[in-house]
Structure formats: C-alpha cells, structure tokens
Design a protein around this ligand. Sequence first.
Ligand SMILES: NC(=O)c1ccc[n+]([C@@H]2O[C@H](COP(=O)([O-])OP(=O)(O)OC[C@H]3O[C@@H](n4cnc5c(N)ncnc54)[C@H](OP(=O)(O)O)[C@@H]3O)[C@@H](O)[C@H]2O)c1
Length: 435
Amino acid sequence: MAAPRAIGIGLLGLGVVGSGVARILTERADTYAARVGRALEIRRVLVRDPRKPRPVELPPGMLGTDPEAVLGDPAIALVIEVMGGEQPAYEYLCRALERGKYVVTANKEVMAKHGPELYELAARRGVDILFEASVGGGIPLIAPLQRDLLANEITSMRAIINGTTNYILTRMARDGTDYRAALRQAQQLGYAEPDPTNDVEGMDAAYKLAVLASLGFRMTVRPGDVYREGITRLHPREFRYAAELGYALKLLAIATRDDHRVLARVHPALIPAEEPLAKVDGVNNAVEVVGDLLGRAMFQGQGAGSMPTTSAVVADVIDAAFRIAHGGEGRPAWRADPDAQVCPMSELQTRYYLRLTVPDRAGVLARVTRVLGEQYQISIASIIQKEADETARTAEIVIMTHLASEGAAQAAVKSLEKLDVVRAVGALIRVEGQA
Ligand SMILES: NC(=O)c1ccc[n+]([C@@H]2O[C@H](COP(=O)([O-])OP(=O)(O)OC[C@H]3O[C@@H](n4cnc5c(N)ncnc54)[C@H](OP(=O)(O)O)[C@@H]3O)[C@@H](O)[C@H]2O)c1
C-alpha cells in the first residue's frame, strides 16, 4: 500500500523562531510522522531576503519572497506564521484561512488586535487558528485556557509576561543600578532590542494580556482596553524601600473579572515578597490564574527564545496536522460574552505606595495626611520617614495606604504636588496582594 501523502507546510518567516521550527520539524520528522500518522513536509518558506545566511539548511529554491507561492499552493494545508508585526502578517493569515488552510502563529500583536475576527474566519472555513506561542513562549497557557480550564469561571489573571522588563527590574533590585544601566545590560545580553519601546512601555505585555483576557473571560479585550504604564520612570530607591517593606517590584499584567465587568492593566506593582510571583526573576515569565473551581494555579517557564517558542509552535503544528490527517472538530467554539464590558482604570480599588520629598520640618506630615484623609478619604496604613538630605533640608516619606480608588489616588497626587510642603511626588505605585 502507498504511504499516505505528506501534509504540506508553508512557513512565513525564517528568523529566530522560524529557523528553530524548520530545524526541529526536519530533525524529528520521523517521530512527528509517527505521532500524526502522516509525514509533515515543509514545501515553501517566505522571507524578505533569500540570500541571507540562515542557521538551518533547507533545500535550494525553497525560500522565496512571493507570499502567493505559499498561500496559493494547493498542496500546502498548514501555514505557520512566524514573521511578526501586524501587517502584512494579518493579511496573509486571512488569505491562508480563506483558502481553507490551518494556521499556526506566534504573533501576539495580530492575535491581540484581530483574534476574534480570525477565530470567526477559521470557523467559517472549517479550519482552525492555533497560537500557543503568542503568549509566554514555550509555557502552555493558550491550550489550558481553551480546554483544561473551561469548566471554571476565571476571575483573575496576574502575570509577568515580558522577559525584557523582568530582567531589567531584577537587575535594578539586585544591583541597585538605575533603569538606563540595567537596560544597557539587557541590550548587551540580547534580552532587549536596540529600540526597547514596545517592551519597556508595556505594549508587548498589553498585547499578551489582551489575548489571555479575551480567552480566559470569553470576551473581546483589545490592546487599547488595557491600561498601560511602563517601567522607565522607576527610581532605584523604590526597590530598596520595597524590599525593606517586604515587597518585590515587578511589571505586572493583571486582568480581573467581577460579574461581567473586566479591568485589564499593565503597570509596575509591589507584590508581597513571599508570593510565588515575587520570586519570578530574570527573563522568566509566569501567569497565575484563579478559577472558581480550580482555585489558584501558576504556569511558569521561559517566555521566549528560539527553542522554547519552537516547542509551542511545533505542538500546535502536530495538533493541527493530526486534525488534517484524521478529521475532528477541534475545540469548543470561542464566543464573546455579549454582556461583558471593560471598566475604566479609575474604578480600580487597590492599595498604594506613595513616596514624597518634603521639607525636613515639623507640621509637614499633618498637612499631607489631611489632604489624603479629609480631601480624598484615603486612609493610611503606615508612614515611614526615610533618609534626609541635610544640604537641601529635605526628607523622604513613604506612605502605604489602605484600599483606595485609583481616581482618588490620582487626584490626591495632583493636590499633593500643589502643596507648598511637598517638593516632589517621587512615586505612586500600586500594591497587589493575592485577592
Ligand atoms: N523570538 C522569540 O523568542 C519569540 C517568542 C515568542 C513569540 N515570538 C513571535 O514570533 C514571531 C517571530 O519572531 P522572531 O523573533 O523569529 O522574528 P525575526 O527573527 O525577526 O524573524 C522574522 C522573519 O520573518 C521574515 N519577515 C518579516 N517580515 C517579512 C515580510 N514582510 N515578508 C517576508 N518575510 C518577512 C524575516 O525575513 P528575513 O530573515 O529575510 O529578514 C525573518 O525571517 C513574532 O511574532 C514574535 O513576536 C518570538
């Protein structure tokens, strides 16, 4: 009997991830063929520059610059998109799905901005789009949210999902270095891009949170719905004071759901040092999910890198190829909850860390506490006076509040800045303990 026909694969992109995927699909071809029941064969690869040296060897003539050579080849049943960026990746994914091809992508930006349209298009064409690698690199997150946690109502997700910023913050905490020096180290080690804006301003984390929240809460959360603050203004002093107070300082991506109301945000936050998330250091990623049946679970591991990401992409390829080979309906459909809505950040209730520079003299604290307590009903949990600058005759005070609303906290900062006894508001950082 003739061997069953191989499943043709088209690869869009042959960079860090694409090269890993091509290498592993080639080296482990026999193992995966046995798992799927049919061979997997890369037929065409789209790149920008076919003459560029590559860390993986592919037969001559396989690389090209014409997307139609991949998307229009009827022998290609599965397209892997590892190009990155919104366009032309989104357009190519639509074209692949329109033509009834299964799609695997690692592209968080496209999934965050256009996920619901792509699920719908895939369903209409009777195929599927798989995107495990788009969030958390090799850490299984998407499949658990789409399958293993389906019996739950997910109420909260808290995550460290950007390795670059977590590396920078870890360096600042451990070495007492400032943001610029820690960024330079990250760039020298290849953990930060020459232009780090997307990472350090929280955009990358917001894309990933939009993907996780949309899946976990079954609603459409777009990147623009995610409140976002980056790490560039953090002062080394905050790490020292945070540690003294028993906290770690991290860039957190948090999405919470209360009934049909969802709040999604990315910003620096203090977390109690004994919590597992506080101990996730360096380029590692972790996502903590709370479900009403499951309770609390944490997924942790390498959130980027060629091989961890290849692990997730190839798992999706095997899953899709198995369905192409044997049929099967895939997974329960994603449908947006029509009643769900995104709340404004001003509705957040949390605790705050506030650092002020004030003149080193009597009566100052009373003025500050009056503004917080009487004007904005923000009650104070503790006040600590930190070092004084004798030449400037100023002192620093760190105030930890009880639960307060974001709207009140922001308004209070504006009022404090106008007080003649406040030289500067050095920091306002949210404090996030386990809910
Ligand atoms: N790197 C990671 O650790 C990681 C982790 C998780 C997810 N991801 C995601 O995986 C995707 C790929 O990342 P990467 O790090 O592998 O990127 P990369 O190294 O920059 O590779 C991109 C590849 O796509 C090709 N390409 C880009 N734009 C193209 C266009 N307009 N037409 C044709 N080819 C084009 C490039 O061709 P040339 O080689 O000819 O320039 C290159 O081969 C992104 O969505 C990224 O967010 C990456």
